[in-house]
Design a protein around this ligand. Structure first.
Ligand SMILES: Cc1cc2nc3c(=O)[nH]c(=O)nc-3n(C[C@H](O)[C@H](O)[C@H](O)COP(=O)(O)O)c2cc1C
Length: 216
């Protein structure tokens, strides 16, 4: 039996620095945040002054660590109240609950897509297919015409990409949490579909895009 978690990866190209720095982005300003050794949980002081006094992880160290964590790649879309479509590449997407089905996405507060998610209280997560890093790069840009080269099906939660996607989830915003320089949107999945069971998702790790190779 094939173990789904037992994969290794083949790189299919480097992401552009701008996009690849997503996990990095914003963290530069924070300058790291981990406490140095406090001698165990009993002694942890969560006050801001304590955090400032105990900074030991630099932004570069944090970025380097997070770069080693493999993730899938999605395009999160939303449509504002004027009917304009927005979308950005997001790797910070995860399942949060099975019952009810909840997912969460983390969106940079500087994102042009964020106001559309807030306004519509909805978003669509398009899970990109292996080999479709061109779409990831396109939606990691700040171009105003990101949707020109892609076919979409418009939905009430935001566009579903017609090709290059292995599955999508259409979500209503259940709650929003402000977390530093990102907003975390928890979405209740109201509609979801696998487009093609035979295809696998695109991976992102170590600032590059990869495809999966099963280890059996
Ligand atoms: C592989 C990859 C993953 C990314 N993940 C995220 C993410 O999880 N959250 C986020 O806010 N930005 C992420 N980005 C960066 C955004 O896609 C990028 O800032 C984009 O330009 C935002 O577009 P917008 O301002 O039009 O919404 C990622 C970029 C890449 C290349």
């Amino acid at each position: 039996m094939r173990q789904p978690e037992a994969k290794d990866f083949e790189s299919s190209g480097q992401a552009p620095r701008r996009g690849a720095d997503r996990a990095d982005k914003g963290m530069e300003d924070r300058g790291g945040f981990q406490r140095s050794d406090t001698g165990g949980n009993r002694n942890i002081d969560h006050s801001p002054s304590s955090k400032e006094q105990h900074l030991s992880l630099t932004a570069d160290q944090y970025k380097g660590i997070m770069a080693r964590y493999p993730s899938g790649v999605t395009v999160v879309t939303a449509t504002d109240t004027n009917g304009k479509d927005f979308g950005l590449t997001v790797s910070a997407f995860t399942a949060a609950s099975l019952e009810p089905p909840l997912v969460l996405v983390c969106v940079d507060t500087s994102s042009n897509t964020l106001p559309a998610i807030r306004e519509s209280q909805a978003f669509t997560v398009n899970i990109l297919e292996a080999g479709k890093q061109d779409i990831a790069i396109q939606f990691a840009s700040k171009d105003s015409d990101k949707f020109l080269a892609v076919n979409v099906e418009n939905t009430s939660t935001g566009p579903v990409l017609v090709s290059g996607v292995v599955a999508y989830l259409r979500c209503r915003v259940e709650s929003q949490i402000e977390a530093g320089d990102h907003s975390i949107f928890v979405g209740l999945v109201e509609d979801a579909r696998v487009i093609d069971e035979s295809r696998q998702g695109l991976l992102f790790c170590d600032r590059a895009f990869w495809r999966m190779v099963a280890v059996d």
